[in-house]
Design a protein around this ligand. Structure first.
Ligand SMILES: Nc1ncnc2c1ncn2[C@@H]1O[C@H](COP(=O)(O)OP(=O)(O)O)[C@@H](O)[C@H]1O
Ligand SMILES: [Mg+2]
Length: 304
């Protein structure tokens, strides 16, 4: 039985009292199925301010379809510079679909179709001239499962700078690799074994290696889709600590199913529901004073 829309009410007069416990209430409880009310429907417009004054990315009226099935409906949202922006919502609400729009990863899914306008520094990233490889260097991505290349630790980080021609000499490349590993909080653990395979590291180290790899090409934005869900609590804490430092240089967009994590790491939070952006605002405000019933139900654990 789905208990979500069921509440207990007093039975009509005349029904027998079945339980001593119920005698005090005079009437036994029976189930009534409630129709969803207006308040539990997605709002016609996103609640809260979805725009910022100096955005690094903007999205306007974004719709995404997989074949005939619509997964994202009319989402408009800005990402600010130097912020950690969290996206939360129940499984299947479109968080991954939406974050993949931001660096055109949905291009790799044959049935996916993206409508609307998405800009990076004012430039339309879906225009025909856009070089998608260059875009993904500027909007890097870290996935749920760490996915180092089957290469050495060094070559994992050097890969991007090499293909984008960012270093003319070995010494410059060494410098980029070292800085990226330091900024990812991994240098001290790997500096003596840079030629070891990336896959020889622990899960948490591999995820920091993937973050270093994303940073090595000096992106503007780093997208993270549930980056800690395959990690233990200690490895998770290290990544969370890292995010605040990363924010000094990048905008970070993180999808997380952990409300505690969203509350700890982000400055703004967006709540998605059935492909709609229900509410967005400062993380403190969203968690202490949600304005929409669906947001409130989700963050208080009544849904999802
Ligand atoms: N590659 C795909 N092909 C078809 N449908 C998909 C695909 N990826 C996701 N979907 C559907 O799109 C909706 C949103 O999924 P997703 O973006 O993965 O949500 P979330 O990340 O919030 O769990 C779901 O109904 C899901 O089944
Ligand atoms: Mg997902």
């Amino acid at each position: 039985m789905n208990t979500a829309n069921v509440r207990m009410v007093a039975a009509p007069d005349g029904m027998p009292v079945v339980d001593r416990k119920e005698e005090g209430r005079r009437k036994p409880l029976v189930e009534v199925r409630e129709q969803p009310t207006q308040a539990t429907r997605v709002p016609a417009q996103t609640v809260g301010r979805a725009t910022v004054d100096d955005p690094v990315m903007t999205t306007r009226h974004v719709n995404v379809f997989y074949g005939d099935k619509q997964a994202i409906t009319d989402v408009s949202l800005d990402i600010a510079r130097n912020e950690v922006f969290a996206m939360i919502g129940p499984s299947g609400c479109g968080k991954s679909t939406f974050i993949r729009c931001l660096n055109r990863m949905n291009d790799t899914i044959e049935s996916a179709r993206v409508e609307g306008a998405i800009t990076l520094d004012g430039q339309d990233i879906y225009e025909r001239r856009q070089d998608v490889v260059a875009l993904r260097a500027r909007v890097g991505m870290v996935f749920q499962k760490p996915n180092p290349f089957p290469k050495s630790i060094y070559d994992n980080v050097a890969y991007g700078p090499r293909i984008h021609g960012l270093a003319d000499h070995r010494i410059e490349l060494d410098e980029i690799v070292q800085t990226s590993l330091k900024n990812a909080g991994l240098w001290d653990e790997v500096k003596d074994r840079l030629q070891a395979p990336g896959t020889s590291l622990s899960g948490g180290q591999q995820q920091r290696l993937c973050i270093a790899r994303a940073m090595a090409v000096s992106p503007d934005v780093i997208l993270m889709d549930e980056p800690c869900s395959a990690l233990d609590p200690i490895a998770t804490a290290r990544i969370e600590d890292l995010m605040d430092e990363l924010r000094q240089n990048y905008a970070i967009v993180i999808v997380t199913h952990s409300l505690q994590q969203a509350a700890r790491v982000s400055g703004r939070t967006a709540y998605f529901h059935l492909g709609h952006l229900v509410e967005v605002g400062d993380t403190d405000r969203i968690f202490t004073n949600p304005r929409h019933k669906l947001t409130e139900d989700y963050i208080t654990g009544r849904f999802g």
